[in-house]
Ligand binder design. Structure first.
Ligand SMILES: Nc1nc2c(ncn2[C@@H]2O[C@H](COP(=O)(O)OP(=O)(O)O[C@H]3O[C@H](CO)[C@@H](O)[C@H](O)[C@@H]3O)[C@@H](O)[C@H]2O)c(=O)[nH]1
Ligand SMILES: [Mg+2]
Length: 277
């Protein structure tokens, strides 16, 4: 039987410059005396989309040094969300964490994030919206505006305070129940929260200070933002379709009643409409 209880999944595209620091800092944090999680029970899985930038060699080197890390290289698929889903499927742990490779999600929070999941807390969420939490001042203003807008649009869908943080965990048993996941774009956490119907009291929120990217560039493009809006429309429909259909029928009935009363006030409904003038 596997001794792995926790899996850390890292979607990565051209992140060779960050992988060594990420992995050594994760295991360094787990090795601290006050860590609530035993490092021997943790695996790290990098899901790379054929970056061919030396990431594979870096991971091999780390393995030789004794770190429990492996890399899955996808050659036919692309995208952050689908990479995370692939990692979750391959994970051996019961508690699975997703984090970015670029150190914007500080590895020092990994032990607390992993330990916060339990049979009653099926979802862990790193949140940037809690008292005393800071966002690095180097994070550009336009990204803050986009992030706040995206968060507000998701408010009707979940009570989670920061479904956009990208730093989140889920228990395998809940993940396996998810149906019709949307693996496009960046917002897999929101999709899981909605489609697994995670109630507020099953979410362990862990405040964390959001950093700036260490090496390389962000892959969040305009196309990714449009995908987000499409995904929101799908999730609104998923969550509120009966309400939307009910409201549409109600509007239709009101419209018909109004039209009838307008027409009858002109005597036009039975074809006997006569102008007095
Ligand atoms: N495998 C794979 N990984 C990808 C891809 N695109 C991005 N990634 C990886 O996904 C992580 C996040 O990508 P970034 O390009 O750094 O995104 P960001 O703009 O910093 O956005 C992040 O932070 C936001 C919070 O403001 C999050 O909302 C967002 O989900 C993401 O975590 C990085 O590890 C990156 O390598 C892809 O197509 N394939
Ligand atoms: Mg980033």
């Amino acid at each position: 039987m596997s001794s792995i209880r926790y899996s850390v999944i890292v979607p990565a595209f051209r992140e060779n410059g960050n992988i060594r620091a990420l992995v050594t800092r994760i295991f360094g944090a787990l090795a601290q005396v006050n860590s609530p999680v035993n490092p021997a029970e943790v695996e790290v899985i990098i899901v790379d989309d054929n970056s061919r930038d030396g990431s594979v060699e870096t991971v091999e080197g780390l393995r030789r040094e004794g770190y429990n890390v492996r890399i899955i290289v996808r050659t036919t698929e692309r995208g952050l969300s689908s990479a995370v889903v692939r990692g979750f499927r391959e994970a051996q742990g019961d508690s699975m964490l997703c984090m970015d490779a670029d150190l914007q999600h500080p590895p020092e929070y990994v032990p607390a994030m992993l330990a916060s999941m339990s049979p009653t807390k099926q979802f862990a969420l790193g949140t940037r919206y809690a008292a005393g939490v800071e966002i690095d001042e180097g994070w550009p203003l336009y990204r803050r505006v986009i992030s706040s807008g995206a968060r507000m649009l998701a408010l009707p869908l979940t009570s989670a305070s920061d479904p956009m943080s990208g730093f989140f965990g889920i228990r395998k048993e809940t993940f396996l129940k998810a149906r019709n996941l949307n693996s496009d774009g960046f917002k897999i956490a929101l999709d899981l929260l909605v489609k697994c119907a995670i109630p507020g009291d099953a979410i362990a929120e862990v405040p964390f200070s959001f950093g700036v990217r260490a090496e390389g560039e962000s892959k969040l493009t305009g196309k990714v933002m449009i995908r987000y809006l499409e995904q929101l429309a799908e999730l609104y429909w998923y969550s509120f379709s009966s309400l939307i259909v009910f409201a549409a029928i109600l509007l239709f009935v009101v419209f018909v009643l109004l039209a009838r009363s307008v027409l009858s006030s002109y005597g036009g409904l039975d074809g006997k409409a006569q102008s007095k003038y």
